[in-house]
Write a new protein. Structure first.
Length: 243
């Protein structure tokens, strides 16, 4: 059973609460749902998003070996497979206080398509609260605190794996993307969950750029415990929308 909806051997549904854009799932959460269908959530996985992942509707699970596809009718919306761990290391490990200060420098030109995102919207009282901003002293790096208390999906006193994927997603929208003429959408992630995040304990999300090639933007992110310990890490691919 996934924490963000329901699942059986051949079908999975993501609850409507967990949106990114208004009518589709948050990309990181959707990646996390697909990833945990292939093997133990602690193992690294690579997920490609092929189309917006619909909410509140059954998605067919198609398996071959350790890999899976999620289909909405005839449309493949996501593909997940085991992968090597992403080779990324945070360039800085913000403290809880530094992450809170970054949130005061948040993205003030946020496109309407992200305004109500469950993970990063500043107006969602029921959300994850990852209202990322520029880290003071490191303007190319984003940081935010992650809500980990009551109301956030949990399993056995820990953050649900899909929640960690969601936090890794949004904070990886690095500052160099903010000023582009058009928004960019998540096309895929490779993530490793090293240690379950304890529910109710402080957690910091940090993101940074890797490189860009035209409309394709590679970024990275990590989740940290309050003492700087690495809980999870990821690489992400963002693609800027065409006109």
């Amino acid at each position: 059973m996934i924490a963000l909806g329901s699942a059986s051997a051949d079908r999975v549904t993501i609850d409507t609460r967990f949106n990114g854009p208004p009518t589709s799932a948050n990309g990181g959460c959707a990646c996390g749902v697909a990833a945990r269908l292939i093997r133990d959530p602690a193992h690294p996985a690579e997920v490609a998003l092929r189309a917006p992942v619909p909410l509140g509707t059954g998605l067919d699970v198609e398996r071959w070996g350790d890999a899976v596809k999620l289909r909405h009718g005839d449309v493949v919306v996501a593909e997940a497979r085991p992968a090597p761990a992403p080779d990324v290391v945070p360039p800085v490990r913000p403290t809880v206080a530094e992450a809170r200060a970054a949130m005061d420098r948040s993205w003030d030109t946020r496109p309407e398509v992200f305004a109500g995102c469950w993970v990063c919207s500043p107006t969602r009282d029921d959300g994850l609260g990852v209202t990322f901003g520029r880290l003071p002293g490191h303007d190319g790096v984003t940081a935010a605190l992650v809500r980990t208390g009551a109301g956030v999906p949990q399993e056995d006193g820990r953050l649900a794996p899909e929640v960690a994927w969601g936090a890794l997603d949004c904070v990886s929208y690095a500052p160099h993307l903010w000023d582009l003429e058009r928004p960019s959408m998540l096309a895929g992630m490779t993530a490793e969950l090293l240690e379950p995040g304890p529910a109710g304990a402080p957690a910091v999300a940090v993101g940074w750029p890797v490189h860009s090639d035209g409309r394709k933007h590679h970024t990275a992110s990590a989740l940290l415990a309050a003492d700087g310990r690495l809980l999870a890490r990821a690489r992400a691919l963002w693609i800027t929308l065409r006109g």
